[in-house]
Design a protein around this ligand. Structure first.
Ligand SMILES: [Zn+2]
Ligand SMILES: [Zn+2]
Length: 327
């Protein structure tokens, strides 16, 4: 099999595009998709100048997705005085697992000379995921707690750091799974919220009184397999292991269905995301025009919530952990 562009030996073929690419043309194609997404999302605001650069905080877990994101952002913006990149790793308190991936994060940021910060559930909430997984007071999957805490810890950290944007390494497969889960849940208001929080172009989002540092996912056009191949071809330091507590049963089911659909109908993930983003934008606009309920804040930590207490504080209450937060 030969590269469509140069005739060298191809390292990948993509059924959804019909393309065969060599290592060189493949890595360039990943980079150009990420850069195209950054432009399409208007991620770099016109207000950013060398005198007043934007700070982009990158959530770096040590896994392949966030390593690839950090590398491509560095290649694109290291010489651009309008952007300052800072990486942050959240230590969940998972013995062995997170320590190894923290090492990979340290190695990558040292090679790239990117500032690297570490925050932990222990510092933020006085809890560790190993203990949470053992205790499990609500009898739910550990990932259900961890997802809430990670999202909150990243947000709190970005806020305290004074970051302008928070970037995460979600790939096309992650995003198509989340889109399907949200569609199947039937909660259109949640879909609308996701648009302003993390999905749409910065030109289309309503950030006027956003109570959070806005998020972006510049890798979301790149399939998981291609992210892994890119990390391998560029020899990025990553820690590839499944979390010992991994248990997201429902997401796993959706992932299997999407794999089956993609195999029979290449391009399904891309079309799900194209439709989902349009739908999310239309829903966000509709709710903005008056149908949305006023957004409240958590009585305990000040985070935005529809109820009196946010989900994180609710879970911390169940766990008997201390509640932190400076809002
Ligand atoms: Zn080639
Ligand atoms: Zn709260």
């Amino acid at each position: 099999m030969q590269c469509d562009k140069c005739g060298d030996e191809a390292v990948m073929s993509a059924a959804y595009s019909g393309q065969h690419l060599c290592a060189d043309h493949f890595t360039r194609s990943v980079e150009s998709r990420v850069r195209r997404r950054i432009r399409a999302d208007a991620l770099l605001s016109d207000d950013a100048t060398p005198a007043a650069p934007e700070t982009w905080l990158v959530g770096l877990s040590g896994g392949k997705d966030s390593a690839v994101l950090t590398q491509v952002l560095h290649d694109t913006f290291a010489a651009d005085p309008r952007v300052e990149l800072v990486a942050v790793t959240i230590h969940e308190g998972i013995d062995g697992y997170r320590d190894a991936s923290l090492e990979a994060s340290v190695e990558l940021t040292e090679i790239l000379d990117v500032e690297h910060e570490v925050a932990s559930y222990a510092d933020e909430y006085g809890i560790e995921m190993d203990a949470v997984a053992d205790e499990d007071p609500l009898d739910m999957a550990p990932c259900a707690y961890c997802g809430v805490f990670r999202r909150d810890a990243l947000s709190q950290y970005a806020e305290a750091f004074g970051a302008d944007k928070l970037l995460t390494g979600h790939n096309l497969d992650d995003e198509a799974q989340t889109a399907m889960m949200n569609l199947l849940s039937g909660d259109v208001r949640q879909i609308a919220k996701q648009f302003d929080a993390s999905l749409g172009s910065f030109e289309d989002r309503d950030l006027a009184d956003a109570p959070f540092v806005p998020r972006a996912k510049p890798l979301r056009d790149v399939p998981e397999k291609e992210v892994a191949l890119y990390a391998h071809l560029r020899n990025l330091p990553t820690h590839v292991a499944e979390c010992p507590h991994a248990s997201e049963a429902y997401r796993g089911e959706i992932r299997d269905h999407l794999h089956a659909l993609e195999a029979e109908h290449p391009g399904t993930r891309h079309s799900i995301m194209a439709g989902y983003e349009d739908l999310a934008r239309l829903a966000a606009e509709a709710y903005r025009d008056g149908a949305d309920a006023p957004r409240g804040t958590c009585d305990r930590c000040g985070a935005p919530t529809g109820g009196e207490v946010c989900r994180k504080c609710d879970l911390l209450g169940e766990l008997g952990g201390e509640v932190s937060g400076d809002a």
